[in-house]
Write a protein that binds this ligand. Structure first.
Ligand code: GLN
Length: 469
């Protein structure tokens, strides 16, 4: 029996290379766990149909001494990232049976080096949300306390990793979707500088915010996966040039800013774990200073104006004529109305309505243009902060994982959970969430995450500091 609890990519790689076990044995151990746990946790929507082919290919790579660190590594794939021939439904009724017609660049890249994707993981519908309660196919439960949410939107990928149903996984992060669930489930989630990883094949939510991201139980695994994901792609013109990643950036002692006023808004028990974490950072020899960055108070508002605007235009393609669900009607207008009315859930509809309003003549200058201007101001304020500091440190979320159903369909409560994470996406900077400690509630040790944000293209410094803590 392979012990999955403390398994890492390097350990698995060594065991596979030394012939301690085969790729099939490793994958089967994860599949067994999925069989035992998934009905309850609901991390996977379905398993892929090509697993045995992939396993065979990976084993051959080992046999031919062509294996990379990722060969034979079993991973989960968020249901928003296209894998050719497999149902990729974004946890939406509108794409319920839709099979992707091409591979996302990240899928192509990882499968080429021998990754075995096990299945499609649950998400809030089209990644809109922070709990997976907006999935059309049920909530993903938190593996620590199943009466709580795993978080979202990449909750399925995160819960799969946290409960050993995958060694690692891919998710996306538009406003915190890899970091927030990682914090709620006690694993690591990393969002790169905008443009580090090709977005080709990830269903777009907010195209100027979205990134495809790795999650795993430890920083080293996340760093390894990220090194395979990065790079230019002719299908995504926003990708940064490959040279960006060639410079090594490491320091013994980093300077860290804590936006005190903002982080004070966290729940008391989260605040306490965060304070202890700050002490740990100081003990490791880093310089920590409390600062005031007033523009951070506005980022949630900026984000929730720009995001619905981008969402409303991105999901316009789901019209009942081109992809997925089609509900007939007497006129073309009825087809649109019926398809979108039945296919989309309430949160997606809310964002379409809001976004359409925000972009409409007479309001675009009042809301959209203003938010765009503030986005530029945020970037220039952060530029100043990163001239003096290496990192901004906050809790990842102001709360621990909420109880299932407790958000009560109230969007404001859910949006407020994003207060610390939306900054990185709005400015395009990299950020990582790492486990910081836990809060005891009803006999469960609920994980709390700490988030480091770094300046543009300083992604590697995030791995450096967090791997040494
Ligand atoms: N919770 C945020 C939102 O609903 C972030 C979602 C995401 O990162 N995909 O917009």
């Amino acid at each position: 029996m392979i012990d999955l609890k403390d398994l890492t990519i390097k350990k698995a790689h060594k065991a596979l290379k030394d012939g301690e076990y085969t790729v099939k044995e490793l994958v089967d151990t994860y599949l067994k766990n999925i069989e035992n746990k998934n009905t309850d946790i609901n991390a996977y929507l379905h398993l892929f149909t090509d697993i045995s082919e992939r396993v065979e290919k990976a084993q051959k790579m080992f046999d031919n001494r062509e294996a990379t660190l990722l060969t034979g590594i079993p991973m989960g794939l968020k249901a928003i990232i296209a894998k050719k021939g497999q149902v990729t439904n974004a946890s939406s009724k509108i794409l319920e049976n839709y099979k992707a017609t091409y591979d996302a660049t990240v899928v192509e890249k990882l499968e080429k080096v021998g990754v075995v994707f096990l299945g499609s993981t649950n998400t809030d519908e089209f990644a809109m949300g922070g709990s997976t309660e907006n999935s059309a196919f049920g909530v993903t439960k938190n593996p620590t306390d199943p009466s709580r949410v795993a978080g979202g939107s990449s909750g399925g990928s995160i819960a799969a990793v946290a409960s050993d149903m995958a060694l690692a996984a891919l998710g996306t992060d538009t406003g915190g979707s890899i970091r927030e669930p990682a914090a709620f489930c006690g694993v690591v989630g990393f969002k790169s500088t905008y443009g580090a990883v090709s977005r080709y094949g990830a269903y777009p939510m907010g195209s100027s915010f979205d990134q495809i991201c790795p999650t795993a139980k430890n920083v080293e695994d996340v760093k390894i996966i990220e090194s395979f994901l990065r790079g230019e792609d002719k299908y995504d013109m926003t990708c940064l040039p490959d040279e960006t990643w060639k410079k090594e950036v490491k320091k013994e002692k980093y300077k860290i800013a804590i936006p005190k006023k903002l982080t004070d808004g966290s729940d008391d028990d989260v605040r306490k774990v965060f304070d202890d974490f700050i002490e740990k950072v100081k003990k490791a020899g880093h310089e920590v200073k409390e600062v005031d960055i007033p523009i951070l108070d506005l980022v949630l508002a900026i984000y929730y104006v720009l995001i619905p605007a981008e969402v409303s235009s991105n999901v316009a393609r789901f019209d009942g004529l081109r992809y997925g669900l089609k509900v007939d009607g007497e006129t073309l207008w009825d087809v649109y109305k019926n398809t979108r009315g039945q296919g989309f859930g309430p949160e997606v509809k809310r964002r379409i309505m809001l976004g359409t309003y925000i972009l409409s003549a007479g309001y675009a200058d009042k809301y959209y243009e203003k938010a765009l201007a503030l986005r530029e101001e945020l970037k220039s304020e952060l530029k100043k902060v990163f001239e003096k500091f290496d990192f901004i440190l906050t809790p990842t979320a102001p709360v621990v994982a909420p109880k299932i159903g407790s958000l009560g369909g109230d969007p404001m409560t859910e949006y407020l959970m994003d207060i610390f994470t939306v900054t990185a996406n709005t400015a395009g900077i990299p950020a990582i969430s790492v486990p910081a400690g836990s809060v005891e509630k009803e006999g469960y040790e609920l994980p709390v995450g700490a988030q480091f944000m770094a300046g543009w293209e300083k992604d590697d410094t995030l791995f450096d500091i967090t791997s040494k803590l």
